[in-house]
Write a protein of this length. Structure first.
Length: 74
């Protein structure tokens, strides 16, 4: 590979986390469209980023409830 490839590849995780500006995003996506290795790695980063997104917070003023525990034995 080459220096440009390596630089763009290093930006895949930042792209998946939404940390790139529009110009950087376009450059990385353009590269990933043409590079099967980076395209696959971007897919992996996107899956991981989706898992890292926080769960929605409860509405202000509401009290989060704990899950019910079963009182029956199995």
């Amino acid at each position: 590979m080459n220096v440009l490839h390596d630089a763009l590849r290093e930006s895949l995780g930042a792209l998946a986390l939404g940390l790139l500006d529009d110009e950087e995003k376009r450059a990385v996506l353009h590269h990933a469209d043409a590079c099967p290795e980076c395209s696959a790695e971007l897919d992996d980063f996107l899956e991981l980023a989706a898992l890292l997104r926080p769960a929605p917070m409860p509405a202000a003023g509401s009290t989060p409830s704990r899950p019910e525990m079963s009182t029956t034995s199995e």
